[in-house]
Design a protein around this ligand. Structure first.
Ligand SMILES: Cc1ncc(COP(=O)(O)O)c(C=O)c1O
Length: 431
């Protein structure tokens, strides 16, 4: 069947995410037949470099031989079993290994990023209630934050396009200024600006800490804000203030975990540990839906009781799915055996070299890179859709956000592929 047939059937039968479906009267869907490495291929053999890692989930490319083999083996052992009252090898091993990596533990699972955020918010609130502080019901989040689209996660999200229409359904959260350095005054350093934002946070905490359960943030990079990057001093100071005022720190590493910012977890760059760590996306290397929340012994112990209602009775049917856990274990195996973080450093240096003209290019604003994330704004304001179409024609899949063009490639891209990506970006820029 041709591309055209697949996209017609898809438009008729599938309600695509994050999409005004009428847009596809003019903008064709891209039907994908198969993937291999960094490449996606349509039904007529045209290839696209997956520059967004299939919505920031893919780490080691499509159809990775080691991932595929591990999943095939797991399939023959156990695909899934209820996790309430039962357990299995992949979920135990994964929980132990994520605990060792994060210094947290008591891994609780869900299926998508938003479900991890829901769990962390509920756990924080319930913790305070269990220790007799049931007035702590408020959450603080950053301006331009994105934590997902379910009702609870959307309450701590600050993207008007996704949020405003649902405002009557949401509970109000306290929004504090974003430390994103693009918002700094001219001449103000990223660090100075982050510290100025901390002063506001301190003020909010000082006034309302008796009502505040937790601060939730995306460490170092606010992804959906257009890859807004900020100085690690904000995290360090936020941790200090959370300790000072008795407020939980929830690190949403759904997009930035698993090496994306250069360290395994982004919060490591501030030398801190959150009270709750939300993980998803890269956790399975982009293979299967899985989310996880890790927390401290202190939190866990506050739920451990003879009274059932003091327990965390949250659940999802696919909690701890064995195939997804096996995919996640294989991701950790690859990190362990292939020195991924060190090799990513070399790759990032190479891609920066290929993109070096962007830094000073007249048509580029705010060129930035952290780990395996690159972003800039188009100074001519040519917009996301224009960039998407131009890059796609040239075999590069980008999904710009507003005027922000970004790259979040799979880690396994080789030198030749990096040159290709840089060439396409330079070519589109010059149009
Ligand atoms: C920081 C962050 N949190 C939460 C989510 C929500 O994850 P999901 O789309 O899997 O529900 C996302 C998704 O982009 C995200 O970037």
């Amino acid at each position: 069947m041709s591309n055209e047939q697949w996209l017609q059937r898809s438009r008729a039968a599938v309600w695509h995410p994050c999409t005004q479906m009428k847009v596809h009267e003019q903008l064709p869907l891209v039907p994908i037949a198969r993937g291999k490495g960094v490449w996606l291929e349509d039904f007529e053999g045209k290839r696209y470099f997956d520059g967004v890692s299939s919505w920031w989930v893919n780490l080691f490319g499509h159809a990775h031989p080691r991932m595929n083999a591990a999943l095939k083996n797991q399939l023959d052992e156990l695909e899934h079993v209820i996790l309430a009252g039962f357990t299995h090898q992949p979920v135990v091993e994964l929980s132990e290994r994520l605990g060792a990596l994060s210094g947290l533990g008591h891994a609780m699972y869900g299926s998508d990023g938003a479900s991890a955020v829901e769990m962390a918010l509920k756990m924080s609130f319930h913790y305070w209630r269990n220790i007799g502080q049931s007035q702590k019901t408020q959450f603080v989040s950053l301006a331009n934050a994105y934590h997902g689209e379910t009702i609870g996660a959307l309450s701590v999200t600050d993207v008007a396009l996704f949020k405003d229409v649902y405002a009557p359904l949401l509970r109000a959260s306290i929004t504090v200024p974003s430390p994103d350095w693009r918002l700094a005054e001219p001449g103000e350093s990223a660090e100075a600006y982050a510290l100025r934002c901390i002063q506001v946070l301190e003020h909010v905490f000082a006034e309302q800490h008796t009502q505040i359960a937790a601060l939730i943030l995306e460490p170092l990079v606010q992804g959906a804000a257009g890859m807004g990057m900020y100085h690690a001093v904000y995290l360090r100071e936020a941790r200090r203030l959370c300790d000072q005022f008795g407020i939980h720190l929830i690190a949403d590493e759904i997009a930035v975990g698993f090496g994306r910012t250069g360290t395994f977890f982004a919060h490591e760059q501030a030398g801190i540990k959150p009270d709750f760590l939300c993980l998803s996306k890269g956790i399975t290397g982009g293979y299967l839906p899985l989310a996880c929340v890790l927390t401290t012994d202190v939190v866990y112990q506050a739920f451990y009781d003879d009274d059932v209602s003091r327990g965390f009775l949250h659940s999802h049917s696919y909690t701890g799915n064995a195939l997804a856990c096996r995919a996640a274990l294989t991701v950790l195996d690859i990190f362990g055996s292939e020195n991924v973080l060190a090799s990513n450093q070399l790759k990032a240096a190479h891609l920066n070299q290929c993109l070096k003209n962007l830094d000073t290019h007249a048509r580029v604003k705010n060129f930035r890179n952290l780990g395996m994330i690159w972003a800039f704004e188009d100074a001519l304001g040519r917009g996301g859709r224009w960039w998407f179409e131009q890059a796609l024609q040239r075999g590069l899949l980008l999904r710009p956000m507003g005027n922000t063009v970004y790259l979040m490639p799979p880690y396994i891209m080789n030198d030749e592929e990096m040159v290709f990506v840089a060439q396409v970006i330079m070519e589109v820029l010059e149009l």
